[in-house]
Design a protein around this ligand. Structure first.
Ligand code: IMP
Ligand code: MG
Length: 171
């Protein structure tokens, strides 16, 4: 097992997730929201974030696979699992672990807007802005990080390390 360096600690994550939850609670006061998590990386973020959102809310999940190896995203996206319910007229918050090139999110945004939601927002725990190839931004962004491959708090390297409580850098 390689030496993993902590980039963002569990305490920092918890503090920021609480802030994002407060912001969403304020922005959608009096309304309901549907949180759509992108499997599997966003599962832990969604479970923590949702408990900091004090609104009537429901969950849904989608799953995509990008062709390419573990560290490289080829840019092609394939839908493996769609949402279970219609998003028409809903306040949709797409919950993602990390915005990297933005290719996945651009694809998902287009797909979700076709449902005609009332509102469409993106919550991304991490943002690698310097890697962006598509003009897409998170409405609720946790942390901006440099161009490093990270694992933990839901994120994997070849499916491993998702259960690490801190966000760590793979050397
Ligand atoms: P994008 O389409 O390039 O924005 O890629 C987004 C997806 O690639 C994320 O949802 C992650 O699943 C994955 N990804 C990108 N960077 C990392 C990383 O540093 N660690 C783990 N997964 C990553
Ligand atoms: Mg992902």
């Amino acid at each position: 097992m390689p030496e993993l360096k902590v980039l963002i600690s569990r305490e920092q994550i918890a503090g920021r997730v609480a802030e994002l939850g407060r912001q969403i609670t304020t922005d959608f006061a009096g309304e309901s929201v549907v949180l759509v998590g992108v499997l599997k990386g966003a599962a832990i973020f969604l479970s923590d974030l949702s408990r900091q959102i004090h609104l009537d809310s429901t969950f849904d999940f989608i799953s995509v696979s990008s062709y390419g190896n573990a560290k490289q995203n080829s840019g092609e996206v394939k839908l493996m699992k769609d949402v279970d319910q219609s998003m028409e007229g809903r306040n949709l918050i797409l919950v993602e672990d990390i915005l990297d090139t933005g290719l996945t999110m651009s694809y998902l945004k287009k797909m979700m807007l076709a449902h005609h939601p009332k509102a469409f927002k993106i919550a991304a725990l991490l943002d690698k802005k310097c890697r962006r190839q598509q003009p897409i931004y998170a409405d609720y962004a946790g942390f901006e990080i440099p161009d490093e491959f990270v694992v933990g708090y839901g994120m994997d390297f070849d499916e491993r390390y998702r259960n690490l409580p801190d966000i760590c850098v793979v050397p």
